[in-house]
Write a protein that binds this ligand. Structure first.
Ligand code: ARG
Length: 269
């Protein structure tokens, strides 16, 4: 565990949240959802970050883009550089330029994505290196571009379970040295890589992952995670972290949790 730093996050209010198409196994367009509840759960998540001393920037939600609330997919931002995204699915394609424009307007250097790349959903900074998921969304070619742009080692991790289609649904970076993850979401080789890199990792159970418990946001000291992930919360506390449970069950109907709603903006030091 390292000391908590004040973080800068980008979020998008779920004004237009809906489940009208199915691009992951969690989504059921025939099931009911409650937009007002999604908004109030999201407001609570935002307030949780503010209470922890973090800054939250907001991007305007766009009608017709129901998944735009999942800001983690909007970009990868490291050392003040922004790698824009290219979604796999046409339903989300227009979110890419919307997030890229936000960063351009905010004065960041923005690089176009040349391959399918779903941003921080699949690319997570862990200390000096970037962990990058592939198998469902972000392509292997995007990992190479990510390494080239940021000049940091990119470690490819192969995702194998369709329920954990983005890296951030199967692995949470806790601090500069440690992560929590669900081993069965990864190929045998990637499990071996994770064991080698993170011998003291917090290992999540299937029950934790099924409530998207690993889709958590850590500032190095406090981990904000779905309140339903009680086993994981206890394991994190035993490992020395503080935990705050939030209920974002309505957003889970689209396959997202707290981390999906949160893009980390890392300015140049
Ligand atoms: N419905 C969205 C999709 O399938 C959920 C995205 C969740 N985001 C994340 N970072 N895991 O693309």
């Amino acid at each position: 565990m390292t000391t908590a730093a004040s973080r800068r996050y980008l979020m998008c209010r779920p004004t237009h949240f809906a489940v009208t198409y199915k691009i992951n196994p969690w989504m059921d367009p025939t099931a009911p959802y409650d937009n007002a509840l999604a908004v109030s759960q999201w407001e609570n998540l935002r307030q949780t970050f503010l209470d922890l001393g973090h800054t939250v920037d907001l991007i305007d939600p766009i009608p017709g883009l129901p998944d735009m609330v999942f800001a983690a997919n909007g970009a990868t931002v490291v050392d003040g550089k922004v790698l824009a995204v290219q979604f796999r699915d046409a339903e989300r394609a227009d979110e890419g330029p919307a997030y890229a424009n936000w960063f351009t307007d905010a004065g960041f250097e923005v690089f176009d994505s040349k391959h399918t790349n779903e941003g921080e959903g699949d690319i997570l900074l862990a200390g000096d290196v970037l962990l990058a998921g592939t198998g469902f969304r972000t392509s292997h070619a995007a990992h190479a571009q990510t390494q080239e742009i940021f000049g940091r080692p990119v470690i490819t991790l192969q995702l194998v379970d369709p329920a954990y289609y983005h890296l951030d649904t199967a692995l949470c970076v806790l601090d500069e040295r440690n992560v929590a993850y669900l081993p069965s979401a990864f190929s045998p080789g990637s499990q071996a890589v994770l064991r080698r890199l993170f011998p003291n990792a917090v290992i999540a159970t299937e029950a934790d992952a099924e409530v998207l418990g690993l889709n958590a946001v850590s500032d190095g000291r406090t981990v904000v995670l779905p309140v339903q992930a009680t086993g994981l919360a206890a394991a994190l506390q035993a490992a020395g972290y503080e935990t705050v449970g939030v209920d974002v069950s309505e957003l889970r109907k689209a396959g997202g949790g707290p981390k999906c709603c949160t893009l980390v903006i890392r300015d140049r030091d």
